[in-house]
Design a protein around this ligand. Structure first.
Ligand SMILES: *Cc1c(COP(=O)(O)O)cnc(C)c1O
Length: 363
């Protein structure tokens, strides 16, 4: 029997009644945009993350774009991020007209290497976008200390990390702002596109609310050039149901990860590296091996889905050619891109399936 990388159908079936009812209730209300579900979700996400404000938007990419815009970042500015992340973390910097500047990653956690961060700051730097890769939060307090010395904004890209913690603090609660994606495959996934920004800055939140709605505070009175980036009521209602299960699901992922850690230690395959201060939520469980192609073949013939995150580091993406980076610029990232492989890790995965997967990996 084949095992998918993530089983959205299995998850849906566990909460089908509540989800179906939530969708029907929205249809019955016939309020679809900027309604009570979205406002309630904003309050619930802010409470969950421990922030004053949450602003719902159409997706995680827009969450980054609107936040960069709200901070006034644009042409001539530099924003520092990691080359080992989903494209949007850096794409959005370029979208607002600023220049992405990369810093290599830590070989254990695969998050931004904070020992190299300060060297990348110039007089043009305006912000830092640390990414909590695969659901493991990095030390944002340390990023904030560095940012304070240079008067920079910190935007946590927490798209993969809702519910993750560092020294007991939640992802999204420490930076000047943080962005989430509720793309269907994320730990908290909508049934379509959805995103959110959290912050303790009330002015920033009201600026973001204006930007997501054509630069309006009052309908048809446009104070600036904005966007159409709203989270619809059906997605908000779905997310409100799923948010109630998030901690249980994250705990389920941690348990699966722990068993993999045990089954796969001393096999020559590198299990995910941990920062002892971090409580990860395993958006993905990513192994590393020099024999990746062989491992992929074995998994494939055993019917086990697997995927490379990420095959091409951002500094070597064609779209960023003009930035002038070359192979060798970020060796830790490049090595991770050659070795990393995600295997199925989700709450509905059974013990037998995990043993089956581990046995295939062990060969
Ligand atoms: C998924 C993701 C995004 C983009 O979110 P969308 O909702 O797909 O726009 C941004 N950053 C990271 C790290 C992501 O994983």
């Amino acid at each position: 029997m084949s095992i998918p990388l993530l089983d959205l159908k299995a998850q849906y079936l566990t909460i089908k009644e509540e989800i179906d009812q939530a969708i029907l209730d929205v249809l019955d209300s016939s309020v679809y945009i900027l309604g009570p579900q979205m406002k309630a979700l904003e309050k619930e996400i802010a409470a969950y993350c421990g922030t004053q404000e949450a602003v719902a938007v159409a997706n995680g990419t827009d969450a980054l774009v609107l936040t960069l815009k709200a901070f006034g970042i644009g042409p001539g500015d530099e924003v520092i991020t990691t080359p080992f992340t989903f494209f949007a973390s850096a794409e959005t910097i370029a979208q607002v007209g600023a220049t992405p500047v990369f810093v290599d990653i830590d070989p254990i956690t695969l998050n931004m290497d904070l020992t190299q961060l300060e060297d990348k700051i110039t007089s043009k730097t305006k912000a830092i976008i640390p990414v909590h890769i695969f659901g493991q939060m990095l030390d944002v307090e340390r990023v904030m200390e560095i940012a304070a010395r240079h008067d920079l904004k910190v935007i946590e890209d927490a798209a993969q990390a809702i519910g993750a913690e560092y020294r007991g603090k939640k992802a999204g609660s420490i930076g000047h702002a943080a962005t989430f994606s509720f793309f269907p495959t994320k730990n908290l996934g909508a049934y379509g596109d959805a995103g959110m920004i959290v912050t303790n800055d009330k002015d920033l939140a009201s600026q973001l609310r204006m930007l997501r709605f054509h630069g309006c505070k009052t309908k048809y009175y446009h104070e600036e050039i904005g966007y159409n980036s709203r989270l619809d009521e059906i997605q908000a209602a779905i997310l409100r149901v799923k948010l109630r299960y998030l901690d249980g699901w994250n705990q389920g992922r941690r348990e699966k990860a722990k068993l993999y850690d045990e089954l796969l230690s001393n096999t020559g395959i590198q299990i995910p590296g941990r920062d002892p201060q971090a409580l990860p939520i395993y958006h993905l469980y990513v192994l590393r091996t020099e024999e990746r192609s062989a491992l992929m073949e074995r998994l494939k013939s055993g019917g086990v889905a697997n995927a490379i995150y990420y095959p091409v580091p951002l500094h070597l993406q064609k779209a960023f050619q003009a930035l002038g980076y070359k192979m060798g610029d970020f060796p830790v990232t490049e090595k991770a891109c050659e070795q990393a492989l995600a295997i199925p890790c989700y709450p509905e995965l059974s013990l037998e399936q995990q043993h089956q997967i581990a046995n295939i990996i062990k060969g």
